[in-house]
Design a protein around this ligand. Structure first.
Ligand code: SF4
Length: 251
């Protein structure tokens, strides 16, 4: 039987760095960033536009990026990940599949993830709005970092029901929910998010992530602590974690 064709993909970048957000903050991962997003959040500072080229770190952790032509053959990605993992055994905890919104590349991920997972476990970073696409891939994932996108920060309508469906599927992995919060975030949004998470599972962590602008957290400590207290009244597993990679100056 002929070997099924493994699809190529346009990528934004591949690099090795420290996870700066969420419950796995501080671990080292190999990041594979995919282009495109289905949302347009007001605070977005991620370069996710598809381009004819992709940036690849020349060696794991060097910080030096080489420009390489898109699209990418899977064998090239697999060889790179295998090489970095064998050069630094045990240094990398997992592979972070990130974007943009990586679930927009379902066909590619369905073919790539089972192979990549033979090298390292898979961690998905997602905006939590594409449950059908998650369902297809869930068996190939170990961790899911999902957002509940709050209107006060994104400027977009919060899709509560879609987030609920998504979290129910993500709960088959070790998942957590990230809420990006700022001065404008009202108590009601935190209550609704905490109710939603609590209803799906009491064991899922909520991470309150204060908006960071030019390396500074824009929320006052008092307001952050109020938010933590309010969310904890409904759901006991709440952490406050800013984007730490911004302070470390890593990729
Ligand atoms: S979901 Fe993420 S990548 Fe997409 S627009 Fe929002 S912040 Fe940017």
């Amino acid at each position: 039987m002929p070997t099924p064709l493994i699809p190529k993909a346009d990528l934004i970048e591949i690099f090795s760095s420290i996870q700066g957000e969420g419950t796995l903050v501080g671990i080292r991962q190999i990041f594979i960033r995919f282009p495109d997003c289905n949302l347009n959040c007001r605070y977005c500072d991620t370069d996710f536009l598809k381009s004819p080229t992709c940036l690849i770190e020349s060696s794991s952790g060097s910080g030096e990026l080489e420009t390489v032509k898109n699209p990418f053959n899977f064998s090239r990605v697999k060889n790179l990940v295998t090489k970095w993992n064998s050069e630094l055994p045990d240094a990398h905890h997992s592979i972070s599949i990130t974007g943009g919104e990586p679930l927009l590349h379902g066909e590619v991920l369905l073919s790539w993830l089972p192979e990549l997972r033979k090298i390292l476990p898979i961690y998905l970073e997602t905006n939590g709005t594409l449950p059908d696409q998650l369902e297809v891939l869930i068996q190939h994932l170990d961790w899911v970092s999902m957002d509940i996108k709050l209107h006060s920060q994104t400027g977009l309508r919060t899709e509560w029901e879609i987030h609920r469906q998504f979290l129910k599927i993500a709960n088959q992995t070790d998942c957590y929910v990230k809420l990006v919060v700022g001065e404008e975030t009202p108590d009601l949004e935190l209550q609704l998010a905490a109710d939603l998470v609590s209803e799906v599972s009491k064991r899922i962590w909520i991470v309150l992530q204060p908006v960071t602008k030019t390396g500074q957290i824009t929320l006052s400590t008092n307001r952050l602590l109020q938010m933590q207290a309010l969310t904890s009244e409904i759901h006991s597993k709440v952490r406050v974690i800013p984007q730490t990679h911004r302070f470390m100056g890593v990729l």
